[in-house]
Design a protein around this ligand. Structure first.
Ligand code: HEM
Length: 138
């Protein structure tokens, strides 16, 4: 079933833009994630922040403002581990808790966790070697 747009007072594009900016401000200060993003975004951060605002508006408000493809953007990243996703998610949850009321924070965090799970599957899931060799099991 298609998810409905979240309708909550104060949760609009301007608010999402502030949340995104505060989240990436914290990410850039993180000793592990800061350098990963610093390698990829070498110039102006504004285009990334606007893209991420479009992305979160699409996820939460169903605006369809983001038309990109997150999977290839992450699969090509070098040196990112599954543990890095835990760091990403904890900074995201802290930021949402600080800026949103608890019910709204819960919606953002649940969506982030779900998307992180599918990005991790795309980046790290490999069939066990045994399953890629030999005859099909009967
Ligand atoms: C450790 C975890 C993660 C790392 C290191 C990471 C890193 C990056 C980097 C370096 C970019 C490219 C920035 C640019 O050049 O504009 C990017 C793009 C993006 N990230 Fe992540 N990311 C992580 C997790 C996530 C999660 C959990 C989400 C969603 C909930 C997400 C959503 C996106 C989106 C939508 C884009 C834009 C892709 C595009 O259309 O180009 N990322 N990420």
């Amino acid at each position: 079933m298609e998810e409905r747009p979240l309708e909550r007072e104060g949760v609009d594009r301007a608010f999402i833009g502030r949340l995104v900016r505060e989240f990436y401000r914290r990410v850039r200060h993180d000793e592990r994630l800061g350098p990963i993003f610093g390698r990829e975004i070498t110039g102006d951060w504004e285009p990334h922040l606007e893209k991420m605002t479009d992305f979160w508006c699409s996820v939460i408000l169903k605006t369809r403002s983001y038309q990109g493809r997150p999977v290839p953007a992450h699969v090509k990243l070098k040196g990112v581990t599954e543990d890095d996703f835990d760091i990403w998610l904890s900074i995201f949850a802290e930021t949402a808790d600080d800026l949103c009321d608890p019910d709204t924070a819960k919606v953002f965090v649940e969506r982030a966790e779900r998307i992180a799970q599918s990005l991790k599957l795309a980046m790290f899931f490999r069939l066990p070697v045994a399953a890629t060799r030999g005859p099909m099991p009967a």
